[in-house]
Design a protein around this ligand. Structure first.
Ligand SMILES: NC(=O)c1ccc[n+]([C@@H]2O[C@H](COP(=O)([O-])OP(=O)(O)OC[C@H]3O[C@@H](n4cnc5c(N)ncnc54)[C@H](O)[C@@H]3O)[C@@H](O)[C@H]2O)c1
Length: 462
């Protein structure tokens, strides 16, 4: 099944020098695009210059991964990894020169890699991301970055040690929508006055009673044991694999051992709308309530609230997440937040800003909400467009190292969301020390909720 890797054999850098030396060269070439370096005459770019392309491993090659095919086609995809050999065959049509793997641990040991794009199930994201960074590989990881507080902290810590040489991005691509900038500008520039409370919400509901019952044997093309990977064992059922490409995650992400339901799913995208405008740090408290706890399935209905510390431009605020039929109060009866769909709301002492992913409503409130305190930006001072979200990461790998949703920003955000789930599962109001990760009250069960249980033989830090 494996094919010769043309990119590997044709590259002077991978055949004659170390992969690290090649990566340094890529970073130098990348800097040229910023105008900070003049390259010698005759330096080749584009199709004739294979050395300014990244050697990429695509791990999880079907479904969501297909949304990345075109962006990756401009680079050298030298490794494809998937637990489903039929999916490998689909991706091989697009990337015929890549080597094939079914176990991502083996894939990450391919010597010529520069970077990894991870589109597997949520319960493997922190593993793939952390192992890749341990091998000095840049990482683009689909959301959510982690399924527990501990996973978020470990991945972020690894990234922080290597941020001077690695580019990371979590796949919250809506972040590139111009509306994200416009919302940030309105909040930062005081259009709603002094910020007091922020909420974000999701409207998706996927109720399930519990793990699926055993239903036959996995087909021969599916390496089911590797699909289960680090999670506790659950018997095969074809329903876990019955979704459309890019939507199959909705067939497994609500089960605790595979995902965190809408908290990790649309929560990653929608909380990003709020976090992008807040310059938030880890919370100091978490409290939550929702549907009765089911040890097998994450809740549909859920509300979580955190205290977010003050920073240099805004006071300490409360921030909430609502999902599955729960919603914050609308500032005006005439505005139906349900019609916004997934959204975020910023409440200040002069008004409220309501935002969907692509649109926003500014609602001045009260007799003194006359906008004399607010100066709209000129065209020239608007935040610059992000451009292509995947492109931002590819450029970062080649030198800038700058991405909007790196594992520090996105790592803290998902850590906060996972902490909210600990509060939900314990029913306790938690105090949190973000510097140490210490939760109080530290009841014994907190340890299990803060960490996931892994099958023997699997470690986050490989
Ligand atoms: N950013 C977005 O808008 C967006 C949209 C959809 C899905 N996603 C995310 O993408 C991920 C994949 O979602 P999906 O719907 O494509 O799921 P999926 O179940 O279809 O899995 C995607 C691919 O990964 C493979 N895979 C699963 N486990 C693997 C493993 N351990 N090693 C190698 N390959 C493995 C599957 O066989 C499949 O080919 C999820 O984490 C989901 O949250 C993001």
């Amino acid at each position: 099944m494996k094919k010769p890797n043309r990119a590997t054999t044709s590259s002077a850098f991978t055949s004659g020098r170390s992969a690290l030396g090649r990566r340094r060269f890529l970073q130098t070439v990348g800097l040229a695009g910023t105008g900070s370096l003049i390259l010698p005459k005759g330096t080749l770019f584009g199709a004739n210059a294979p050395n300014n392309k990244l050697n990429i491993a695509l791990i999880g090659v079907w479904g969501r991964a297909m949304a990345h095919y075109n962006a990756l086609a401009g680079e050298n995809v030298v490794a494809l990894c998937d637990v489903d050999e039929k999916h490998l065959a689909v991706a091989a049509q697009k990337f015929p020169d890549a080597k094939h793997y079914v176990d991502w641990r083996k894939c990450l040991d391919q010597k010529d890699l520069d970077a990894v794009v991870c589109c597997t199930t949520d319960h493997t994201h922190a593993f793939v991301a952390n192992w890749a960074m341990n091998r000095d590989l840049h990482v683009y990881c689909e959301k959510p970055l982690a399924n527990s507080v501990e996973e978020a902290r470990i991945v972020r810590a690894t990234y922080l040690k290597k941020r001077h040489k690695l580019a990371t991005q979590v796949g919250t691509q809506r972040h590139a929508f111009p509306n994200f900038n416009r919302v940030r500008e309105l909040v930062r520039d005081g259009a709603i006055g002094r910020l007091e409370y922020v909420s974000a919400w999701g409207t998706r509901k996927i109720p399930k009673p519990g793990y699926l019952p055993a239903a036959g044997d996995p087909p021969p093309h599916l390496h089911y044991d590797l699909w289960i990977g680090p999670s506790p064992w659950h018997p095969y059922n074809p329903e876990y694999f019955s979704g459309r490409p890019g939507g199959n995650c909705l067939h497994w992400n609500m089960y605790w051992d595979f995902g965190t339901g809408q908290v990790g799913d649309m929560g990653s995208h929608t909380m990003d709308l709020a976090w992008n405008a807040l310059d938030a740090d880890l919370p100091t408290t978490a409290v939550a309530k929702g549907d009765p706890f089911n040890p097998e399935v994450s809740p549909v209905g859920l509300e979580m609230t955190w205290d977010i510390p003050a920073n240099d431009w805004r006071p300490a605020i409360k921030l909430s997440w609502f999902q599955g039929g729960r919603m914050p109060d609308s500032p005006m009866r005439a505005i139906d937040l349900w019609k916004v769909g997934h959204g975020a709301m910023f409440e200040g002492d002069k008004g409220t800003l309501i935002s969907g992913f692509n649109n926003r409503i500014l609602v001045p409130l009260g007799d003194d909400a006359d906008f004399t305190y607010y100066r709209p930006r000129t065209k020239e001072t608007l935040l610059p467009p992000l451009g292509s979200f995947q492109g931002e990461w590819l450029n970062a790998c080649k030198g800038s190292l700058k991405t909007s949703c790196n594992f520090d920003y996105a790592g803290k955000m998902i850590e906060m969301m996972m902490l909210g789930l600990v509060a939900y599962r314990t029913g306790l109001k938690l105090q949190y020390d973000g510097a140490t990760g210490r939760i109080t009250p530290r009841k014994a069960e907190n340890d299990l909720l803060y960490r996931r249980k892994y099958r023997e033989g699997w470690t986050l830090n490989g």
